[in-house]
Design a binder for this molecule. Sequence first.
Ligand SMILES: CSC[C@H]1O[C@H](OP(=O)(O)O)[C@H](O)[C@@H]1O
Ligand SMILES: Nc1ncnc2[nH]cnc12
Length: 290
Amino acid sequence: MAQAKIGVIGGSGLYQMDALQDIEEVKLETPFGDPSDAFIIGTLEGTRVAFLARHGRNHHLMPTELPFRANIHAMKQLGVEYIISASAVGSLKEQVKPLDMVIPDQFIDRTRNRINTFFGNGIVAHIGFGDPVCEKLGDILYESISHLELDEVTPHRGGTYVCMEGPAFSTKAESYLYRSWGATVVGMTNLPEAKLAREAEIAYATLALVTDYDCWHDDHDSVTVDIVIEYLKKNAVNAQKVIKEAVRRINEKPPVSEAHSALKTAILTPLDKAPTETKEKLEVFLEKYL
Ligand SMILES: CSC[C@H]1O[C@H](OP(=O)(O)O)[C@H](O)[C@@H]1O
Ligand SMILES: Nc1ncnc2[nH]cnc12
């Protein structure tokens, strides 16, 4: 079975990673259905990296339709310990401009239609999620962006990512509300992914790539897919440079993340009393606790 230490989830605009070498395409099955697409596993900076196009390589899945559980389960099967999530976002702050990159450290959940736990069916677990992003991985991403000094790109460390349901973009009232909460960016995908990654004991951090000012800004047109696409191409090129540098840094000194032991204090159900079927379904996460 193919293995990779680092996973990359590419969002809108990032459907492949050009720098991967010795690639193999791996289709994985999971107890939670099929992942968004086949994984492309290749070598980057001397380490195996598993790339997954979040919406599929032809962008055929809406945020609500994304098989988040299958994607994260498959990452775990591959032995992934770190996930870098590259995602397009709208800015909720004047000083965060299109082409900038944000490494959020908080999320607000405005989704309604997502399943964001692997647990249930006889096994109850409550993971800690006060700090939903791996701080060390976030630092590596921020340092990588800063080190590269990319044209027209200002890095922002910290900030709150509002995860909305979509697929329609926000109303102005919603956009003003998120701004009044002090949130930094808005997107539609990262919160369920971050929760499931934490349950899977995988360190997770978001590389948020700004494409627009949503619909709150008087001097900028309200977001449309055309506006987003205008920035996606440049963002995708920049994101690949950042990911390459971050992979080099992770490989040089793999950070020990609190996420790697998140289940240690989270499972309430005595596993010797739990249904065998559920234990089997969750084996890839639970094996070290059985
Ligand atoms: C194409 S604009 C809206 C779309 O883009 C973002 O996707 P991702 O997070 O996968 O980069 C946003 O969350 C929406 O899904
Ligand atoms: N303004 C926005 N709202 C939600 N998701 C986005 N992705 C990119 N821009 C966005």
